[in-house]
Design a protein around this ligand. Structure first.
Ligand SMILES: NC(=O)c1ccc[n+]([C@@H]2O[C@H](COP(=O)([O-])OP(=O)(O)OC[C@H]3O[C@@H](n4cnc5c(N)ncnc54)[C@H](O)[C@@H]3O)[C@@H](O)[C@H]2O)c1
Length: 292
């Protein structure tokens, strides 16, 4: 696959201290881009940046502590990045990548004890990071992109890539809030791609199956075997494939093992209801001031 040219781009990556975010940052720098690497794990992020810069022989990446659930952290990181790398086409690539695995949200159902225990408030930490945190990143990306003129090299104001999961399409009973977060960003990506597509901004998403990164316990990987585990390089290649002057927008790129495919909405009942749905969409947008 010939990957798009990104040698003068500046990227913003969340969850960059490890796994996809680190591998992606390395790849972006090796292709000539500069990267604002952010993570809640400050030491891990600094270590990752030191490794990248040593190899690059220059300051191609910077490390900034960001908790993605805090929009103000992300905004501050952008401001620092702008000061460090600032130029006309500042921040053309944003990756809403940070996520965490399932945290139990309510106590497990047990017919012998459930009726006698207190009804507890749910723990929504998984959604806070994996859904809200990514929406914070997107909110920063869109507002920055909107302020920038289309880049003469690519024709785009900016590009957002969201890390979802195959679990966004295949609800997982063992991880209900993670499934919800990953499905949520699919819908979000599709709405935003539809809205921004004619405004010089693209939004795409990758939905990998299990990949060997620190989020996945090694014994779990061993249990699954090789067939469905994604090679890390393939996931990164798919993230990069929609950058530069690539016109792709609104794609949900699924990856399982070595296979990739686009998830499409193909329910025939949607087609049957399209006229009504488009009317509803138009009225909602009008009410929100998105169009006349
Ligand atoms: N590895 C897989 O099998 C797999 C499959 C599908 C999707 N994903 C998704 O890929 C993304 C990256 O995960 P990964 O596999 O690289 O795991 P990872 O644990 O290696 O990386 C996640 C990074 O996010 C950081 N992070 C966690 N909470 C944060 C917060 N509040 N603010 C900022 N940073 C935070 C962590 O410190 C870590 O460095 C996640 O969204 C994950 O859900 C992973």
């Amino acid at each position: 696959m010939t990957l798009p040219e990104i040698s003068r781009d500046i990227a913003f990556v969340t969850g960059a201290a490890s796994g996809f975010g680190f591998a992606l940052s390395k790849e972006l720098v090796s292709r000539g881009a500069s990267v604002i690497m952010t993570d809640i794990n400050e030491d891990g992020c600094k270590k990752a940046v030191a490794e990248i810069n040593e190899k690059a022989g220059k300051t191609a990446a910077i490390a900034i502590k960001v908790d993605t659930t805090r929009f103000e952290d992300q905004l501050a990181a952008y401001e620092i990045g702008k000061e460090t790398f600032g130029r006309v086409d500042m921040l053309s690539l944003v990756f809403a990548n940070a996520g965490i695995s399932e945290h139990p949200w309510i106590p497990v159902f047990d017919p012998t004890t459930s009726s006698s225990r207190p009804i507890t408030k749910p723990n929504t930490t998984t959604l806070d990071v994996t859904l809200d945190g990514q929406l914070n990143t997107a909110a920063l990306a869109f507002q920055v992109f909107e302020r920038q003129e289309p880049n003469p090299r690519t024709g785009f104001r900016g590009k957002l890539v969201i890390t979802s999961s195959i679990i966004g399409f295949w609800p997982c009973k063992g991880a209900p809030l993670y499934s919800t977060a990953k499905a949520g960003v699919v819908s979000f990506m599709r709405t935003m791609a539809g809205y921004y597509g004619d405004k010089g901004i693209t939004v795409n998403l990758i939905a990998p199956n299990v990949t060997a990164t620190p989020i996945v316990p090694p014994d779990f990987l061993a249990l699954l075997g090789d067939t469905y585990v994604c090679p890390l390089e393939l996931v990164i290649e798919q993230m990069i494939s929609v950058l530069g002057s690539c016109k792709d927008n609104g794609r949900a790129i699924c990856i399982s093992g070595k296979e990739t495919w686009d998830h499409i909405q193909n329910d025939p009942m949607f087609e049957k209801n399209r006229v009504q749905f488009e009317k509803m969409e138009y009225e909602f947008g009008k009410g929100m001031g998105l169009w006349e």
